[in-house]
Design a protein around this ligand. Structure first.
Ligand code: UTP
Length: 457
């Protein structure tokens, strides 16, 4: 057994759980590397790893039906929607809403070096995802005359770069003291035999613990307490890779408040049966939740409603509202742990004295697993073309190209619906959140210049 002063307990645990292969390069390490390795091993929950390694397959309840949701009205002046909007506006103005961006993912499909939020998406401005989100929040502050705290969850790998980016850009006009950037927890990946993986001679390979780690990270970072002290009641959760998301949406917030919901979620209508998105369901115990596409039985994927439409039609664009008391409850004394999901992934490992790619198991929590823990959940329909343009891949579907095309189309629609003429020569239009956060914000008398690329700011 190896030894290192002050670390007997850590070393014994590593041997007890038969993970001592992580010491195979011990003799080649300098003291600071040995210490770093032991510090990392010291915070690993080996019991948990043993348990989740046995999971292997994700277990999904079999008995469920489609979830009910609030449909978009034919007429946007629908009294229920107007009531929700008024209530939402009042609530926002009272300073009870915070924005929460999860940006700890590895963005492996996009293949972009650095935090995904630094990826440029503005079709004309070239603005980054972080820039878009921050400006939307700032524009909402101006619109509603209120300060909106902005929480950003990063991971160990991208935390510093994210903080630096916000600092370099002067927090995009937001109040620095109200922007809280904190890293999420990491969890080791395992090889197919349940062994820890080294990424170099003295580092354990770990991955961020999924967007589901965001709720416990809110607590452990101290952000939850800060929000409570500020009188925040609702946390508006969104993901970094959707430039169209309405971060501060009065109608959504209004329905959430009207229904005294613990969690509210937006839903998109599935475009076709095999579309690979999670769908909202109602479990046998009456609770609502989401089932991932890969966990849906084939017959349910193709199930039709009485009119021949898609039965499981409400898809998840990952836009949620969380009641702060609910987050406090499930992460606090009752500490209901969200389950881990496992996925086989390619991992850059250090093995047999060299870097190589192996297949390993990554474990992640999903934020939507909190939904069935809620007493009351509201699901509100939204339109894909207005609110969901994910940037997941470098090219093809769900890439920056599709997202920019959707932005261009949406901004054109806003202008046309407001009676603004768009000269034929115009190829691409981008509207800054400061110019308009939504169609009705487009000022009377707006003129679109006759040029190929137009940026209204
Ligand atoms: P994705 O599931 O799309 O993962 O994350 P990803 O890491 O961004 O991309 P791939 O799968 O490696 O290509 C959806 C959202 O959840 C956040 C991401 O930053 C993104 O906003 N996320 C994901 C976290 O904050 N932490 C995680 O551990 C995982």
């Amino acid at each position: 057994m190896i030894s290192f002063a002050g670390y007997d307990y850590v070393i014994q645990r590593v041997y007890k759980y038969k993970q001592e292969h992580v010491f195979q390069y011990w003799d080649q390490l300098i003291d600071s590397e040995k210490k770093a390795l032991l510090d990392e091993l010291g915070i690993i929950d080996f019991d948990l790893l043993e348990k989740i390694f046995k999971l292997k397959e994700n277990s999904v309840p079999e008995d469920f039906s489609p979830a009910p949701y609030i449909k978009l009205p034919e007429d946007e002046r629908d009294p229920e929607f107007m009531k929700a909007r008024d209530l939402g506006v009042q609530f926002i103005k009272e300073g009870k809403v915070a924005a929460f961006l999860v940006a700890g993912g590895q963005g492996s499909r996009l293949g972009f070096k650095g935090p995904k939020g630094k990826f440029p998406v503005g079709p004309v401005s070239g603005k980054t995802l972080f820039h878009f989100h921050a400006e939307k929040i700032r524009a909402s502050e101006i619109k509603y005359g209120v300060k909106i705290p902005f929480l950003i969850m990063t991971s160990r790998d991208n935390h510093e770069e994210t903080v630096d980016f916000f600092r370099e850009n002067h927090f995009f006009g937001l109040t620095p003291a109200l922007v809280h950037i904190f890293p999420q927890n990491m969890i080791p990946s395992l090889d197919l035999d349940g062994k820890l993986i080294l990424s170099d001679k003295s580092t354990i390979f770990m991955n961020p613990d999924g967007h589901g780690g965001s709720l416990s990270a809110l607590r452990s970072s101290g952000a939850l307490k800060l929000l409570e002290d500020m009188g925040i009641e609702v946390i508006s959760y969104f993901q970094v890779d959707n430039p169209l998301v309405k971060i501060i949406d009065p109608i959504f917030i209004g329905f959430h408040i009207l229904n005294k919901a613990d969690v509210s979620s937006k839903a998109l209508m599935k475009a076709y049966h095999e579309e690979k998105t999670g769908v909202f369901v109602r479990f046998k115990n009456g609770k609502l939740g989401i089932i991932e596409y890969s966990d849906m039985p084939q017959e349910k994927i193709f199930a039709k409603d009485s009119e021949g439409g898609i039965l499981y039609c409400a898809a998840n664009p990952a836009i949620h509202l969380f009641d702060i008391k609910f987050v406090d409850k499930i992460t606090g004394s009752s500490n209901v742990n969200l389950p881990y999901h496992v996925a086989k992934k390619k991992i850059e490992a250090f093995k047999d004295g060299q870097q190589c790619e192996i297949t390993g198991l990554k474990f992640e929590k999903f934020v939507f697993d909190a939904i069935p823990m809620a007493e009351k959940t509201v699901i509100l329909e939204t339109k894909r073309e207005e609110e969901f343009a994910p940037v997941k891949n470098a090219s093809g579907a769900d890439s920056v190209h599709t997202a920019q095309a959707m932005m261009n189309a949406l901004f054109r629609r806003w202008l046309s619906n407001r009676g603004v003429k768009i000269p034929d020569v115009v190829d691409v239009i981008e509207i800054s959140p400061f110019f308009a956060l939504q169609e009705s914000d487009i000022p009377e008398g707006t003129i679109v210049p006759a040029q190929e690329k137009v940026y209204l700011e």
